[in-house]
Design a protein around this ligand. Structure first.
Ligand code: SAM
Length: 191
């Protein structure tokens, strides 16, 4: 298979946008896979700010980071990504080069706790405001559950309305697969 699967494609986008020493965001910690990836990407001189509303996600991510020796590169917040701008020190505003949001529910956790359209959209807008030019926000959209459908539609409507002078917005996904496979929306901030 030559075309990229969804998660490798998401990571390629972040690798293109982020370098060692950069400031990046994991908008949905979950089990911490993306946080670990981002921490390795930015290295000891960079920093990852991570958000999740569930204690279980904080614990799972913390455990993973301790195991991998990556804790010093990461700050974890147990509150929603809709507080992203106020959570990142102001001297770093304008310097965020990458962000990822794996939407939906915590795998292996409480499926009733899901990301919501209004808070996700608020986080996207705040991030666009504090990102560096050529910084990329990657949204992995899971629409196989009823609330995911509502979130998908709201996000697509919103990102379609972003001024094309402000950002490039793309969609990537498989359109001939069963069971509502996840797809990507990526937003690159422009000059
Ligand atoms: N990226 C994760 C990983 O690598 O394992 C998977 C994330 S999981 C699909 C989605 C997560 O979003 C859940 O852990 C859930 O608690 C979290 N979440 C829901 N609403 C949120 C919010 N407003 N802010 C931050 N996280 C939220």
């Amino acid at each position: 298979m030559k075309v990229k699967q969804i998660l490798p494609f998401a990571r390629n986008l972040l690798e293109a946008a982020c370098s060692p020493g950069d400031i990046v965001v994991d908008g949905t910690l979950g089990n911490g896979h993306d946080t670990e990836f981002l921490a390795r990407l930015v290295g000891p001189n960079g920093h990852v700010y991570g958000f999740d509303i569930q204690e279980q996600a904080i614990v799972n991510t913390e455990d993973r980071l301790i195991e991998q020796g990556l804790t010093s590169m990461v700050t974890l917040f147990q509150h929603g990504h809709e507080k992203v701008k106020e959570s990142i020190p102001t001297h770093l505003h304008g310097k965020v080069t990458g962000a990822i949001f794996n939407l939906g529910y915590l795998p292996g956790g409480d499926k009733s706790i899901v990301t919501k359209p209004l808070t996700t959209i608020s986080a996207i807008d705040q991030l666009l405001n504090i990102m560096a030019v050529e910084g990329i926000i990657v949204l992995v959209i899971y629409h196989g559950h009823p609330e995911g459908v509502i979130e998908r539609d709201a996000i697509i409507k919103h990102v379609k309305s972003i001024d094309q002078k402000l950002a490039y917005v793309i969609q990537y996904g498989f359109i001939n697969q069963n069971n509502h496979p996840p797809f990507i929306i990526a937003i690159e901030k422009r000059d």
